[in-house]
Design a protein. Structure first.
Length: 195
């Protein structure tokens, strides 16, 4: 019995050290050496203070800033963006009356906030929360619909704000994966720098 048990325990200990200590340590050190900003969460700072991550969406309703996608997590938990500690979807299906009501309310609120006609089409990303509820991007169409509101609230011209939106519009990854998108946090930080 000892002849079988001892090699098993030794192998278990060696594999535990290799896969539980050595490998994570090597990967962490390599990430810190090669990609330090990404390895530390792609944090954005202003005057030495962390204001967010370019990988995590932040909800706000300040008219001076571009608005992100709705967050199912914030809605479900009734939490503020600052207290967001998890991600998740609403888990409501396409036939859900609750989802339909939430989408209609978001559409009406978006149209009112942006002085759009009652029959104006609101981009889907401003109506539906992302799967994680933390998507940092919106579509260029959603950003363009917000230009007039942001420009007026900041006392800027629409051309100035449009130029920033175009500057921060990212194409599909590798030219073919995904859709064009705008990182809301980076765009809002650029707006603050402009003033």
């Amino acid at each position: 019995m000892k002849s079988v048990l001892r090699p098993l325990l030794v192998l278990f200990a060696v594999l535990t050290v290799l896969t539980g200590v050595v490998y994570p340590l090597v990967v962490t050190l390599a990430a810190q050496a090669l990609f330090p900003a990404q390895a530390n969460g792609s944090l954005e700072t202003v005057n030495g203070v962390v204001v967010g991550s370019s990988l995590i969406g932040q909800s706000n309703n300040d008219p001076r800033y571009f608005w992100s996608r709705p967050s199912a997590v914030n809605t479900m938990l009734g939490s503020s963006p600052e207290s967001l500690g998890s991600s998740g979807g609403s888990n409501q299906g396409a036939t859900s009356a609750i989802l339909a009501q939430a989408v209609e309310e978001r559409a009406v609120a978006f149209r009112v906030a942006h002085n759009l006609p009652a029959d104006a089409v609101v981009p889907q990303d401003m109506l539906f929360a992302s799967a994680s509820g933390l998507d940092p991007h919106i579509s260029p169409e959603s950003a363009r619909l917000q230009i007039e509101r942001v420009a007026e609230a900041r006392g800027l011209t629409a051309d100035q704000v449009t130029a920033l939106v175009e500057q921060f519009t990212e194409g599909p990854q590798l030219g073919l994966l995904g859709q064009p998108r705008v990182n809301v946090l980076l765009l809002n930080l650029a707006l603050d720098k402009l003033q």
